[in-house]
Design a protein around this ligand. Structure first.
Ligand code: ZN
Length: 280
């Protein structure tokens, strides 16, 4: 039997190390002033953008296409659908995004995805939840279950976390909706979508997703709110939508942080190829 002194002396160093850690964090907070989430310029509080980045970020507000959520230049009344949505209707019921994909949005997404900044999901997810609420009661009707677009497990191992799942958790918390992070599996590793045509993108992700048996039970007969970081041509979200519908989802609505309003436009192509890694 060990002497009592040995048993009680054990927790002490642990406690001390914890105090030291907390004190260290406090000192660190004092030493490193809060920085802009996008450009690292000094700001007054943590988790904020500097005035310049804030002004550049283009939040999406009505009027927009009732299906795709792409902004209209003029308000033609509620329920107006864009020519694009009529020409090729997506399998999802509607899509909404918080911001347009511009330089600031690109930096925020890149930091969340590749620079190990998972805390950014808190801010981006908050804006997404607001966009979902602003979309009107139809968008959240039927108590949808929140499901992220999954990463392939190899990519998940390399990146440690799925940015879409972090955003989805934040959205589900804020909207008090059920969160099912593992409902879908990515059963096929896909190539990067950058530089591919619309048709090639669709071919690349076709059949890439499947609801697993647990996921099928979770989403069968219910509306699904499918979450990803960026919507470009919609090929990935369309493939993930079809997987939900095959599993019996009542319908699928899509919510992303950013939306590329014209994926073929020169501005969007420049931003996407610059990132070079965007997996859409
Ligand atoms: Zn900034």
């Amino acid at each position: 039997m060990r002497p009592i002194s040995q048993l009680i002396s054990k927790p002490l160093p642990l406690k001390l190390s914890r105090i030291a850690r907390i004190a260290g964090r406090f000192v660190l907070d004092l030493a490193i002033p809060p920085a802009c989430l996008s450009c690292d310029e000094r700001v007054l509080e943590t988790g904020a953008l500097c005035p310049s980045c804030w002004q550049q970020l283009r939040f999406i507000a009505k009027p927009y296409c009732a299906v795709l959520g792409t902004p209209f230049a003029f308000d033609l009344g509620p329920g107006i659908v864009s020519a694009q949505a009529i020409a090729s209707p997506p399998p999802y019921e509607m899509a909404r995004a918080a911001v347009l994909y511009d330089e600031v949005a690109r930096r925020l997404v890149a930091r969340l995805k590749y620079e190990d900044r998972p805390e950014l999901a808190g801010v981006l997810g908050r804006w997404m939840a607001r966009a979902a609420r602003d979309a009107g009661p139809d968008f959240l009707s039927g108590n949808p279950v929140v499901v992220p677009v999954p990463l392939h497990r190899w990519r998940l191992l390399r990146r440690r976390y799925n940015q879409a799942a972090l955003l989805a958790r934040e959205v589900s918390d804020r909207l008090a909706l059920e969160f099912q992070p593992l409902a879908l599996d990515r059963i096929r590793k896909t190539h990067q979508q950058v530089g591919l045509s619309r048709r090639e993108r669709a071919d690349n992700v076709r059949g890439a997703f499947r609801a697993n048996p647990g996921g099928t039970m979770q989403i069968s007969g219910r509306p699904v709110l499918l979450i990803d970081d960026v919507l470009t041509t919609g090929a990935t979200l369309e493939a993930a939508t079809r997987a939900c519908l095959r599993a019996g989802a009542a319908n699928v609505r899509v919510l992303t942080f950013a939306l590329v309003s014209d994926p073929r436009g020169s501005e969007a192509e420049g931003l996407l190829s610059e990132t070079g890694k965007i997996d859409l």
